[in-house]
Structure formats: C-alpha cells, structure tokens
Ligand binder design. Sequence first.
Ligand code: KG4
Ligand code: ZN
Length: 353
Amino acid sequence: MLVLGIESSCDETGVALVRTRVQGVPELLSHALYSQIEMHQAFGGVVPELASRDHIRRVIPLVQEVLGTAGRTLAEVDVVAYTRGPGLAGALLVGAGVACALGAALGKPVLGVHHLEGHLLSPFLSSDPPEFPFVALLVSGGHTQLMRVDGVGRYEILGETIDDAAGEAFDKSAKLMGLPYPGGPHLARLALEGNPAAYALPRPLLHSGNLDFSFAGLKTAVLVQSQRMVAAAGVVRFENLPRENQADLAASTQAAIVEVLLKKSLTALERTGLQRLVVAGGVGANRDLRAQLDAACAKRKVRVHYPELHLCTDNGAMIAMAAAMRLQSGIQTASTVYAFDVKPRWPLDTIAP
Ligand code: KG4
Ligand code: ZN
C-alpha cells in the first residue's frame, strides 16, 4: 500500500511517500521539504497567515517532486495522509484541504495523523529502528512530554510541561540574546564557545518528584541575567557584549534545559523499568542533549534511539510513516469521508488507539 503524507502544521511544508509491508517497518520511498523559516525570520517568529499562504504555494509542487523521485504516479497512491493537528489552524487546513481534495479526486481514502505521533514514530525512519516498548522524550517547539509507548497508538503520558516547551525555552532565551528565529540551533551553536557553569540558572521542577517540566521561569532568569550583564558592561544591548560573555550565557541556558530533560528521562526509565529511550522532536537535534543522554544511558545499559538529524524537525516523512504504521498494524483504516476537520489542539493520549 502506498501512503502519501502531507505535513503543514507550522512553518514547514513536507511531503513523503511511504510503502507499507506485510512485516517489518514501512519503507520510505521519497520525501521533500520546503522550510519557510527565512520568510518568518524578518518577524522574529511564525506569522500564521503567511505560513498558510506559503503552504498553498508549495504543497502541490512538493507532491509532484516526491512522486517523480519515487518514479510513481498519483494514481498509484492508495491513501493520502495529512497532519490533522495540533498546530496552526490555517496551516493545518491547507494540508487537510489538499489531502481531502486529492483523495476525493482519486477516489482514495484519507487519514488524519497526529503531528506528535509523527515525531514519536520518526525514529522508525532510521536505519536502526527501535522496538516496543520504550520511554519517549518528545521535545518540540510546542510540546515537552515523557511517554510510555507500548505499541502503535498505545501511548501513556508520564509527565509534561506545565508551561513553556523545551523548544520554546531555547527560542525565547535565544531571542533575548538577539539571535535569529528559530533560536534553538543558533543558541546551541553559540553555546559551543561558552562555559556551561558560568551562570547558575534555575533547573525548574528538577526535584519535584514527578515527571512534569516547567521552563517559563528559566526564560525570566535568562532575561534578568542578560540585563545584569548589559548594565555591568555599560553597553546598550546583549549583542554588544564580548562574544565570550554571550556564549557563557548561551551555554549556561542550554545546560539548564539539558540537565532537566536528562534527569527526568532517567527517572522515567527507572520508574517504568524499561531499557529503551526514544528521543524525538526538534530539540532532539541538540548535540549536547544527545551526548549527555548517550553517556548516561550507556552506563545504565539503556539503548537510545533518535530520528536522523534532518528528520528531527517537522517533515512529511514522519506523517506518512505514522499513517503507514497505523494502517499496517491494523489499528486504523483510512476514510472516504472527506471532512477536513483539523484539530489545532489535540492531546496525544486522546487519539483512538
Ligand atoms: O519539532 P519541531 O520542528 O516543531 C514543532 O513541532 O514544534 O521543533 C522545533 C523546535 C524549535 O523550538 C527549535 O528551536 C528547536 O526545535 N531546535 C533545537 C535545535 N534544533 C531545533 N533546539 C535546540 N538545539 C537544536 N539543535
Ligand atoms: Zn513538530
């Protein structure tokens, strides 16, 4: 069965073609991505209306590119999958509308996929896919969750953020430092030159005894610290400080976020007794987080799986893959009701198994 997947929940238009198999992990045939980041950078963040309009421009050429690369035609597609939520309503509607229109025109069923399930299952696109059950650390721009995953569609949330997501903490701190949007990768690059112990920033909820996160206070602490540094140096803006001082604050911020993610992940592994950790979502691309998780898990004989670096952030491959895995495992069938009812807010543990 050939599954065409369309992702349009935020600022990336992604399309992919995946083939289900009788046994084993479905196979990725081709994928293509257009990132709108440059367009939104002028505004310091995603402008939803611009995002929707750009998805409209990109999605059909990307579908043609993906089919061309795989040497397939539209008529061969069996199911059209799309991101149903969560995400920006207008942006989601573009992907859902195009998927349903294609489905109706081809007489093929459609399947609305949960964006976070896409991230969660994205390590199955790697050459060394995980096996169930596992603990998942889902760290994206909008979500931070620890989950117990027993199979496709069998997700139990163990803990989650009560305010900002880890990606948001990276992005908001980076913005305070005058770095471009999205700040996570820029902050991580600057942090390479800095001392992670230079500033004692809070590790929110580190000793809370549960698996929840809170990152809103960290952003305030970064703001206060940056203001202090600016005042002490007698400069106008953070960007005017000597680069090593900027790097020290970036490294200290990253260290605070990574330590909390690391400690909570280890606690989740201990509590569940599971020996496998899957890390997914944009922040999963962070090299410091990967290095620290790898080192701590190696000591505990825990296997860690990541999506390939270029599939950590939003893409169509993870949406086609999640749809293919749901179909292949028999927990869901695609539908010929072309009602593109998107869900901008959609808790992962409320989706049908
Ligand atoms: O999963 P994703 O592409 O989008 C959402 O579904 O939200 O994640 C985007 C987030 C952004 O906050 C971005 O700054 C962060 O992932 N990110 C990183 C890195 N690469 C992307 N954060 C820290 N270090 C990175 N290398
Ligand atoms: Zn995402």
